[in-house]
Design a protein around this ligand. Structure first.
Ligand SMILES: Nc1nc2c(ncn2[C@@H]2O[C@H](COP(=O)(O)OP(=O)(O)OP(=O)(O)O)[C@@H](O)[C@H]2O)c(=O)[nH]1
Ligand SMILES: [Mg+2]
Length: 440
């Protein structure tokens, strides 16, 4: 999906990560690379300039939070800004105990009927009871297409063959399906001689159906033209969300996403193929994370936030002076555990994951878990000065923590390594910290 954007952005990041140091030239370079990648994805020039300007400004001016290297921070800024460009995540939630009506709208061929069936399956899998209404009276075979696709989701479709007008079908349909379904999905026509008539029908349909969500379906291959379309529909019916289809096959998807979010309505779903399962709930942060190939971007953001929030000044100062205690080391391990699995965290850390070989992380979570047990078995004096741990103490600690003497020694070695490293790197470089712990 969006292959050229993906390749362009990843190359840009790789350049940053493998650079010797961060300087003005590197930041300028990054900005240019990102510009090129976004323009190729058909993102509007004005948006591209605004986004890259912000990236440049933030990368030059902001100080990374303690614990995050300058390079990783720049990558985080890139994540932030591209996610912001793609819009905030939609907030629409289904209400408990009430029926939710979803009205699909969009021009012909945008993917409404396909999206109706995809949603029917997606929501059925999510545990909702779903019904559909076919209210496209303009396109021959529209009802048969909807029935056929919804059958694959085992969802019933109300429709009238050779039907009367759409409004009366929707009224009759809502009555026929009754209160039992949690969600009713209404498919509408896109085939009108002119856009004005289509918009007018959508306005009357919207009045009749009183949808909880008017979901505008737009074709991702249209690139940045999507913006004007979204704006026109937005005026006719209160569009609550947007589904962008055909993101599997297009280089222009970046333009579609950026343009759609400019209207103020949020992108809720994306279609990534012709099959009924090819739909996903859109989250800009997750999407950017995947584009950039660093695992779940949320993990990076969470970690940056956590480092900002609990950067314990004293602890950091102690570590920088090489006075890290076993307690400090323990709290570092705790921090990792809180951030999810170590593997998850490392995979999400730009600059680290790239240099890892497959298999290098295997067993690391378990190893750290064991170290935590070992530290818990030490007494206060031993934690304060692990050098006092001689062989007989190591045996005792091993017994108390259900580990071996060798593992106790291994922990002490990792501790000493990381103590030295914290001192030399000024306590900032998580990357080096991990390397000294034998991960990289
Ligand atoms: N590759 C790909 N094709 C899609 C996707 N969504 C829809 N399509 C295709 O786009 C074409 C039009 O889809 P429909 O669902 O019939 O579009 P529509 O908006 O209902 O069209 P009208 O009813 O004529 O207005 C079909 O050939 C679909 O298979 C998608 O996410 N990816
Ligand atoms: Mg259709």
């Amino acid at each position: 999906m969006l292959d050229s954007l993906k390749t362009g952005l990843r190359a840009a990041i790789k350049k940053v990560v493998s650079a010797g140091g961060v300087d003005a030239e590197l930041i300028k370079d990054l900005s240019k690379d990102v510009q090129r990648a976004l323009l190729q994805a058909d993102v509007d020039v004005k948006i591209v300039i605004a986004v890259t300007k912000r990236i440049e400004e933030r990368a030059s001016e902001e100080k990374p939070p303690p614990g995050l290297s300058r390079k990783d921070h720049i990558v985080k800024i890139l994540y932030d800004e591209i996610a912001a460009m793609l819009g905030r995540d939609a907030e629409f939630e289904f209400r408990a105990g009430a029926q939710t009506r979803i009205l699909l709208l969009g021009i012909q061929g945008s993917g409404k009927t396909t999206t109706a069936a995809k949603l029917a399956l997606h929501l059925t899998r999510g545990g909702y009871k779903v019904a559909a209404i076919g209210a496209d009276t303009h396109r021959p075979g529209a009802l048969a297409q909807l029935r056929d696709m919804c059958a694959r989701a085992r969802v019933e479709v109300y429709g009238e063959e050779g039907g009367r007008d759409a409004v009366s079908i929707v009224r009759a349909g809502l009555e026929a399906v009754g209160e039992a379904p949690d969600v009713v999905i209404i498919d509408t026509a896109g085939r009108h001689k002119e856009e004005g008539a289509l918009l007018e029908e959508m306005r009357t349909l919207s009045e009749a159906a009183r949808p909880d969500l008017a979901l505008l379906v737009i074709d991702g291959t249209m690139g940045r033209q999507c913006g004007a379309q979204a704006a026109a529909f937005h005026k006719a019916a209160r569009v609550g969300g947007i589904a962008i289809t055909k993101l599997d096959s297009t280089a222009k998807g970046g333009g579609a996403l950026a343009a759609a979010t400019e209207t103020g309505a949020r992108v809720m779903y994306i279609g990534t193929g012709e099959r009924i399962g090819d739909i996903e709930r859109f989250s800009s942060t997750r999407f950017v994370g995947r584009l950039l190939g660093m695992g779940d971007v949320q993990a990076v953001l969470d970690m940056a936030r956590r480092l900002e929030a609990d950067a314990d000044g004293d602890q950091l100062r102690r570590m920088k002076r090489g006075k890290m205690s076993m307690e400090d080391f323990y709290s570092q391990l705790e921090g990792m555990a809180r951030g999810g699995s170590l593997r998850g965290m490392i995979e999400s850390m730009p600059g680290i994951a790239g240099g890892m070989k497959e298999g290098q992380l295997d067993g690391m979570d378990e190893r750290i878990e064991r170290w935590r047990h070992i530290i818990q078995s030490m007494n206060g004096a031993e934690k304060g000065d692990p050098d006092t741990i001689n062989s007989s103490r190591a045996k005792r600690i091993a017994r108390g923590s259900g580990s071996s003497e060798r593992e106790v020694k291994e922990l002490i070695k990792a501790f000493n390594n990381s103590k030295g490293m914290m001192k030399s790197a000024g306590g900032r470089q998580m990357q080096g910290f991990l390397r000294k712990m034998g991960i990289k």
